[in-house]
Structures are given as structure tokens and as C-alpha cells.
Design a protein around this ligand. Structure first.
Ligand code: ADE
Ligand code: ZN
Length: 332
């Protein structure tokens, strides 16, 4: 079955490039850049892996994730990080990736946005040329920072949206204390300036279903990242199905961040039966113990989808991607 799942033309829509920072690369970059990690940071690859098995919740993970990314300094670091992910995803049979990054997490440490975007852009190009995969960059705003900071970030990223280097906008970090409506201005400002930009937001991971509804209504997103708590509103479920709003689900992440105890508790069968489209993704694979194929395998062992059902899931992923129709036709 693993080979069948590997061969499926999978699209990944929910992976944070900073969340692909494997402990081995993290320590290598710390040495290369003379970074001293805080004394409470795990001191070895093994200690990291131990820590990654014990996240109490999203915030506990984020506290570690923001320290981890402090080893990324030079353009080559961002390139190496992204290229490692593209190679891993390709080996898993992932043909198209739409990848998040958090510029504010770097700019606030004094790293120019240009360094970040240039490294990632170069990796996207190389992955396309060397591996044949297609890739899109989605800039995320950190919701624990003020919207004014988000507006500044959008202004500084404008040249990259203009040039088509960045394709989308997302919203991540601590969800519950920072509801989507705080960022209405940010989303509107970017969309007014670049009408073709694609919009998404993390919602309904720890927040309830109103976070999903408000992301759709207030931010005008066309996709929802996570969205598992949509299951608690029949009206919302019907809306998602009718409008084919895709949820980018992250099964192993939901277990590691204590959203559920086991993948079997996720409403994946419910979404499939209700016609709510979803894709299956890795979120922060270096931290959550598995890349895209591992997530497919987890879903398969719990839900036992038939080949026909898998074909439907994969087609929904292609249809929900932000690549052009020509590329979608190639992938189908
Ligand atoms: N940033 C990285 N991973 C995240 C997640 N699962 N939820 C919110 N913000 C994130
Ligand atoms: Zn995420």
C-alpha cells in the first residue's frame, strides 16, 4: 500500500518551511553561523526528538519553533532548508507544494526579508528544474503580532507579490487569543493591491468553528488550513461542501499538538462523506515525525480508504491547488 500511496500525484498545501528544519540541519547551521542556542534548548539531535514527542499544545510547540528558526541567517541557509524539504517531498511522490514561510520571525531578528525570499525563491526554481516539481510561496502573518506589523510586512513584500515570486497570504501562530477578524485590514490591503493573490488562514485547529466562518467572511480566504473544528457546525460543513472550500488537514500535527489522541479521532471520513474537500499535509514535518507520505499512511491505516476514495482525495488536492489549469491538467 505504501507504494500505491507514494505513486499518487500528491499536492502539499500546508507545510511551514521553518517547520522542515530537521535537528541535524539546525545544529549544523548553529555551528556554521556561530549561534549559541538557549541553555534550555535540547542539546542534541536525540534530545530534540525526545522533546518533539512531548508538546503540550500549539503554544508549547511554537515556543520551541521560534527558537529553532534563530539559526537561519544567510540566504544559503534559507535555500538549504527549502531544498532539503523539496527533495524529501519529491521522494514521497509529492508533485506540487505550496509552502508557508514566516518573514516576521526573521525580520524581527534583523534578517532582511530579501535574504529570506531570495533563498526560498532560488530553491523553488532549482526544485522545479532538477526535480520537476512545481512550487508556490505563501507568506504568513504571525497572528501574535499586531496587525500594524502585518501591514508593514505586506508593504515590504509588495515587490515579491508584484513579481509573482510570492503567490499567497496565510495567517499562522497562536490561534485562540488572536481571532481572524483582527487581520481584516491586512487581507483587504493586499487583495486590493494584488487582486490575483490567493488567500488562506489557519483556522479551527485549536479555535472553534467560528474561527473558520470568520476567516471566510472577514478575510475572504478561499482555503482553510486545518479546519478540523468545522465538523461541529452543520451549516459550515454544508457551506464548505457547496463552495468546495478545501481544508488543508495535518493529521500527525493534530496528534503531536494534542488536538486529538489519535488520527482515527479526526473527522476525515465525515469530511469525505459530506463532500468537504481536503488535502493531507505535514505542517511541520521535522517536529511532528513525518512528511507527506507518512501522513497519508497514517490516514490509510486508520480509515482504510479504497483506491477510488484515494483518487477522489488526490483529485480534490489538485483541484484545490493554486497552480494554473495547464499544470492541473498535467497532474490529473
Ligand atoms: N506555525 C507553524 N505551525 C503551525 C501550526 N500548526 N499552527 C499555527 N501556526 C503554526
Ligand atoms: Zn500550519
Amino acid at each position: 500500500m505504501t507504494e500505491f500511496l507514494r505513486e499518487l500525484p500528491k499536492c502539499e498545501h500546508h507545510v511551514h518551511l521553518e517547520g522542515t528544519l530537521e535537528p541535524s540541519l539546525l545544529f549544523q547551521l548553529a555551528e556554521r553561523n556561530n549561534i549559541t542556542l538557549p541553555s534550555n534548548f535540547p542539546a542534541s539531535v536525540a534530545a530534540c526528538n525526545e522533546r518533539y514527542n512531548n508538546f503540550a499544545d500549539l503554544q508549547d510547540f511554537l515556543d520551541h519553533y521560534y527558537v529553532g528558526m534563530s539559526v537561519l541567517i544567510k540566504e544559503d541557509d534559507f535555500y538549504d532548508l527549502a531544498m532539503e524539504y523539496f527533495k524529501r517531498a519529491h521522494a514521497d511522490g509529492c508533485v506540487h507544494s505550496e509552502v508557508f514561510f514566516d518573514p516576521q520571525g526573521h525580520v524581527e531578528r534583523g534578517i532582511p526579508i530579501h535574504t529570506v525570499v531570495s533563498g526560498f525563491e532560488r530553491a523553488c526554481k532549482d526544485a522545479n528544474e532538477k526535480l520537476g516539481t512545481t512550487n508556490k510561496l505563501i507568506m504568513c502573518l504571525l497572528r501574535h503580532l499586531p496587525a500594524a506589523d502585518g501591514l508593514q510586512t505586506i508593504a515590504s513584500a509588495a515587490p515579491y507579490y508584484q513579481a509573482g515570486v510570492i503567490h499567497g497570504l496565510g495567517l499562522d501562530s497562536a490561534e485562540k487569543p488572536f481571532p481572524p477578524e483582527l487581520f481584516t485590514d491586512c487581507y483587504k490591503t493586499l487583495k486590493d493591491q494584488f487582486p490575483h493573490v490567493n488567500l488562506t488562514a489557519h483556522a479551527g485547529e485549536e479555535g472553534d468553528h467560528t474561527y473558520v466562518t470568520n476567516s471566510l467572511n472577514k478575510l475572504n480566504v478561499t482555503r482553510i488550513d486545518h479546519g478540523v473544528n468545522s465538523q461541529h457546525s452543520d451549516e459550515l460543513m454544508a457551506h464548505l461542501a457547496e463552495n468546495q472550500v478545501m481544508l488543508s488537514l495535518c493529521p500527525m500535527s493534530n496528534v503531536k499538538l494534542q488536538v486529538v489522541k489519535d488520527v482515527s479521532e479526526l473527522p476525515i471520513r465525515k469530511f469525505l462523506d459530506a463532500g468537504v474537500p481536503f488535502s493531507i499535509n505535514s505542517d511541520d514535518p521535522a517536529y511532528f515525525g513525518g512528511y507527506i507520505l507518512d501522513n497519508y499512511i497514517h490516514v490509510h491505516t486508520r480509515f482504510g480508504f479504497t483506491p477510488k476514495e484515494w483518487t477522489k482525495v488526490v483529485l480534490n488536492g489538485i483541484n484545490g491547488s493554486w497552480c494554473d489549469e495547464h499544470r492541473k491538467a498535467e497532474l490529473r
